[in-house]
Design a binder for this molecule. Structure first.
Ligand code: 3HC
Length: 297
């Protein structure tokens, strides 16, 4: 954190306009939170539907966290749906929040880089992919950085700022400054797969799922973790993160880290194939009611 604090003292990020590519759970939340914190934000996606969903979710979140109607209206005015991604050209910071597929992310980043103005920063919200594997797609990796948020962005204080060898110190400083300007805690981390949080979180979640496979009731696993002090047990957390994401991150770690890791079981992969992805699909390891709450026995 010494580096983070130094970044804060070295002046503002000079970022005013943020463009977010990908209006899924993370991209939508990042865009909404940046608008709340006073940034001008444009939000694009390859499909129009997720942009509409993200705008509705943003309105609900802003209603909850802001006191006055005027403040909500002002924040929503700063958040612009931008299906064609025209905002990329004028943005001071472009954040890629597309699905966790290496080739997809590489091509989105390459395209964004070609459209960005000189001096702008390009960031990825990847959960676990090593930064050098993404940076090598770019003509100028010195202005590329990882800025990894956690779900739900409105409640989670930590943001991992991911370094890599080609990163310019000025890009790191501005990324750290931006995270602080979002009222979030920037934690500079190394670029190895899973960074810091997912490297610890993924084996924890995988062990809980393996325990379930051995016949331990999920409610009991979660209740014990909660008594231990976790705000939410690992089985429910896997559902909230999304089982598809949990499986993808576990695969990334297994393929790239030279250490034995608990493997997600075949039955979990099968659930993902059947579209049982957790809270977002209404069913996962738990079933969910209309308010998105898990049905626990
Ligand atoms: N993902 C999505 N939404 C979540 C969530 C999660 N991980 N955790 C909580 N929420 C949502 C809840 O659905 C609820 O939404 P609602 O207001 O629309 O009903 C809202 O946040 C509040 O949740 P709680 O009812 O649990 O409220 P509390 O005040 O008791 O606790 C909390 C809030 C501290 C955020 C607690 O829920 C918590 O700690 N959750 C786990 C958060 C977490 O560990 N996130 C990291 C996930 S890993 C990740 O994002 C990295 C990625 O790379 C995989």
């Amino acid at each position: 954190l010494r580096e983070a604090m130094r970044g804060l003292k070295d002046g503002p990020s000079e970022i005013r306009h943020v463009h977010v590519i990908g209006a899924g759970a993370m991209g939508g939340d990042i865009a909404a939170w940046a608008a709340r914190e006073g940034f001008r934000v444009s939000l694009s996606d390859i499909n129009a539907k997720p942009i509409g969903q993200a705008m509705r979710k943003a309105a609900a979140m802003l209603d909850k966290v802001l006191k006055s109607r005027i403040a909500v209206r002002d924040a929503l005015d700063r958040l612009v749906p931008d299906p064609g991604g025209t905002g990329i050209a004028g943005a001071d910071l472009v954040i890629e929040a597309a699905p966790e597929r290496l080739e997809l992310k590489r091509s989105i980043l390459r395209e964004a880089e070609a459209r960005m103005k000189p001096g702008a920063i390009l960031a990825t919200n990847t959960s676990a992919l090593p930064l050098p594997d993404l940076a090598s797609a770019l003509a100028d990796p010195s202005r590329f950085v990882g800025v990894h948020f956690f779900n739900p962005v409105s409640r989670m204080q930590l943001v991992e700022v991911v370094r890599h060898d080609a990163l310019a110190p000025e890009t790191l400083r501005r990324a750290i400054g931006f995270v602080a300007e979002l009222s979030r805690l920037p934690a500079p981390v190394r670029p190895t797969a899973g960074f810091l949080v997912n490297r610890a979180l993924t084996p924890y979640i995988a062990e809980a799922i393996l325990l379930m496979g051995e016949g331990v009731p999920k409610e009991r696993i979660d209740a014990r973790a909660e008594t231990f002090g976790m705000p939410m047990g690992p089985v429910e957390l896997a559902d909230r993160v999304g089982l598809d994401i949990a499986v993808e991150v576990a695969q990334t770690l297994a393929e790239r880290l030279a250490m034995p890791l608990p493997e997600m079981p075949g039955w979990l992969h099968q659930m993902v194939r059947e579209g049982k992805l957790g809270q977002k699909s209404g069913a996962g390891l738990y079933e969910y009611d209309a308010d998105g709450k898990p049905k626990k026995i």
